[in-house]
Write a protein that binds this ligand. Structure first.
Ligand code: NAI
Ligand code: MG
Length: 331
């Protein structure tokens, strides 16, 4: 088992090494390789995602990516390294679970998985402007839509989930969102045990805000998935605990949803739960170690249920102290 550790900027440098320390001390067979990416790396080397980092990620097959800072103004040559990394490694699906965790102010009874297409839609970045009119290309392909739908239904079946909700806006965009919807419907036909419904994205946002418990698996194109998954994260206890996994063919990137949090960086108080739960997803989905994944999740929940928490959740624990407690529970 090899893990490429890209801590990145800001609190990435705090939560990722601490969460990885838990995994290493618990599973000594894990071989970790650290690699650089982000704004600090760009300022030092002129590259946000050095070739050596990409090579290490490919070689390991499993990556944890903390967070990076992005400049608030356009900087020539700087592109978001996580977007580049997902693309370079062919991670076609982004999995974002939302679970009611204890001690996080989460809504009761939420247990949903949002599966987001990760490679196309408006996020291909093909924009044009003459100063008066700006245009962006929204690209939806049959191959990417089928691939992400296959991932969503296969995960739903493997996890014993009952329903997949396809989110789109095909009433306004019948060709693009219609294609996404139709591909998902085609894939669904191979899974008679899983119920399928569809919802317009605006309706889905309202439903999610009202009754997040009503959702099981949500399958969405890139843009809607990005927005709805942050909304869903609010019901699971916020950014400090929101985990995700980017999945490709034989490769995966564990990625806490949060950014580099410059407002709290350097103080040792960032919440490591998002990173720990992202590593649990890597254990379950990439290394096929569901038992260890469940143990790690249970240890995190146990610590939260006992009232241990970093300041973002109203507690007084440090990043390191929380991780010590999780490790003690695992041993
Ligand atoms: P952010 O996620 O960094 O922070 C938003 C708020 O949540 C802040 O108040 C922060 O303190 C808090 N927070 C986030 N994660 C936390 C944790 N683990 N523990 C405790 N509190 C936590 O988003 P923001 O402020 O919009 O962006 C800051 C920087 O991060 C920007 O440069 C942005 O471009 C970058 N960013 C990077 C992402 C990535 O690398 N995937 C994702 C989002 C933002
Ligand atoms: Mg986002």
């Amino acid at each position: 088992m090899k893990l490429c550790v890209i801590a990145g900027d800001g609190i990435g440098q705090e939560v990722v090494p601490q969460a990885v320390r838990v995994l290493q001390q618990w599973l000594p067979a894990l071989d970790c390789v650290t690699a650089d990416a982000g704004w600090d790396t760009f300022q030092r080397t002129g590259q946000a995602l050095p070739e050596a980092t990409l090579a290490a990620a490919r070689d390991c097959g499993a990556v944890i990516f903390g967070a990076v800072s992005s400049p608030a103004y356009p900087v020539p040559g700087y592109r978001s390294p996580i977007v580049q990394l997902r693309r370079a490694l062919g991670c076609h699906a982004n999995l974002r679970p939302t679970l009611s965790l204890p001690g996080c102010g989460a809504r009761e009874g939420v247990d949903l998985l949002l599966v987001r297409e990760n490679t196309e839609d408006l996020y291909i970045g093909e924009e044009q402007s003459d100063g008066e009119t700006a245009t962006a290309i929204k690209r939806i392909t049959r191959s990417a839509s089928r691939r992400v739908a296959e991932t969503a239904f296969a995960l739903a079946a493997a996890d014993g989930r009952r329903r997949v909700t396809i989110v789109h806006k095909a009433n306004i965009m019948p060709l693009t969102d219609g294609l996404f919807r139709d591909c998902a419907r085609e894939v669904a036909a191979a899974y008679p045990q899983i119920a399928v419904d569809e919802m317009l994205v605006d309706t889905a946002a309202l439903r999610l805000a009202q009754v997040p418990q009503a959702f099981d698996v949500i399958l969405a194109p890139n843009l809607y998935g990005d927005i709805l998954s942050d909304l869903a994260a609010a019901f699971g206890g916020g950014l400090g605990v929101a985990a995700s996994l980017n999945l490709g063919a034989g490769i995966a990137i564990a990625e806490p949803v949060h950014g580099s949090a410059p407002d709290i960086a350097g103080r040792g108080i960032a919440n490591p739960v998002a990173s720990l739960l992202s590593l649990a997803m890597l254990l379950r989905r990439h290394w096929a170690l569901p038992q260890q994944a469940a143990q790690l999740e249970a240890a995190v929940k146990h610590c939260l249920a006992e009232g241990l928490a970093t300041p973002d959740l109203g507690g007084r624990s440090s990043t390191a102290a929380f991780c010590d407690a999780v490790l003690a529970r695992l041993r």
